[in-house]
Design a protein around this ligand. Structure first.
Ligand code: PEP
Ligand code: MN
Length: 347
């Protein structure tokens, strides 16, 4: 529910209403539109009477939000969310943020070598799994906390913030302290207790789309994190399961404009897991940039043929360098696409 206030609403009256709503256990978000001031209410609003609220003299009108997600909704926050980092990196806000690195951290030599190369090519973040969600219990499961230590060393040597997946709430403390972006993997997108815990970490969360989840379900998962009020969310399209077998997943390119229409959250695309083939990563990365993604997540390995995980979809640092240069050029061409503006009026 969104309460639209009259322009001359007195602060004391607004405060009293806000207090009443908070007292009912609702989550409040102030929304400053171009000319209007609004209060977004998230939570169970079924017991609220829109009519009764409208009777307040300082309330212009009340809008019911029919979507099942609230805090992630563009109705609650019309302007794009920009996630900013202490080193000056940004995700959202018009730039192209590139996250690159191996599927999993394998050794100090491996992660340092890849981190240095992707940094030279202009990547903004280093990714690498320490805790790996593998389909088979017999596959390499990651180096765990040792892998996290190696990522920290790579960050120290390159200055690149680190993005890595959390699989268990027991690691929230370590991740809160050591990780720059906490990844929720596709398989955990609807692990609701984990989402709530991660929402309290206070670090940006990269939420990957579940392989069989709709965008509305993804945005509800984002609300699970946002409702805790501490961690901003970055959405990541990484392909969904369809009847097609030519690719590992079907990368849903239309998810980018569809998410951006529904939500203010930044959207990153992962063409590595989205296709499962190293030679499809470049074209799909370009497609993602062309449709307005705020960033890319790319798996890069110095020896893909020897990788312990996802070598078949990893590109070499040499190819990554080309991808990076072309992606930035393409981004310059396609940015400021005038989204949502059918006509532009001169001054
Ligand atoms: C990953 O990023 O390494 C990963 C496991 O991705 P996803 O959760 O999208 O499968
Ligand atoms: Mn992987």
């Amino acid at each position: 529910m969104i309460i639209i206030l009259k322009p001359d609403a007195a602060e004391a009256q607004v405060d009293a209403l806000k207090e009443e709503m908070a007292g009912r256990g609702l989550i409040l978000q102030e929304i400053q539109g171009e000319e209007t001031r609004m209060i977004g209410l998230a939570g169970d609003t079924s017991h609220l009477s829109a009519e009764a609220i409208t009777r307040h003299s300082f309330v212009e009108r009340v809008m019911k939000v029919s979507e099942p997600y609230k805090l992630a909704s563009r109705k609650f926050r019309p302007q794009d969310t920009v996630v900013e980092f202490p080193g000056g990196q940004k995700i959202g806000g018009g730039g192209l943020a590139v996250i690159a690195g191996p599927c999993s951290v394998e050794s100090e030599e491996q992660i340092l070598s890849i981190a240095r190369e992707i940094k030279l090519s202009g990547a903004h973040f280093l990714r690498g799994g320490a805790f790996k969600p593998r389909s088979s219990p017999y596959a390499f499961q990651g180096l765990g906390l040792d892998g996290l230590e190696l990522l920290k060393t790579a960050r120290e040597k390159t200055g690149l913030p680190i993005v890595t997946e959390i699989m268990s709430a027991e690691h929230c403390g370590v991740f809160a302290r050591d990780v720059d972006v906490v990844q929720i993997g596709a398989r955990n997108m609807q692990n609701f207790p984990l989402l709530r815990e991660v929402g309290n970490i206070g670090k940006p969360v990269l939420l990957k789309r579940g392989p069989s989840c709709t965008l509305d379900e993804m945005l509800q998962a984002a609300d699970y994190i946002l409702v805790e009020g501490k961690s901003p969310v970055i959405l990541c399209e990484r392909g969904i399961r369809t009847f097609e077998t030519a690719t590992r997943n079907t990368l849903d390119i239309s998810a980018v404009p569809a998410l951006k229409k529904r939500s203010h959250l930044p959207v990153v695309v992962d063409p590595s897991h989205g296709t499962g083939h190293w030679d499809f990563v470049f074209p799909l990365a370009m497609a993602a940039v062309a449709v307005g993604a705020d960033g890319l997540m790319i798996e890069v390995h110095n020896h893909p043929e020897k990788a312990l995980c996802d070598g078949q979809q990893s590109i070499t640092p040499f190819l990554f360098d080309r991808l990076m240069q072309k992606a930035l050029k393409l981004h310059e061409v396609v940015s400021d696409r005038g989204d949502g503006k059918q006509e532009s009026h001169g001054p």
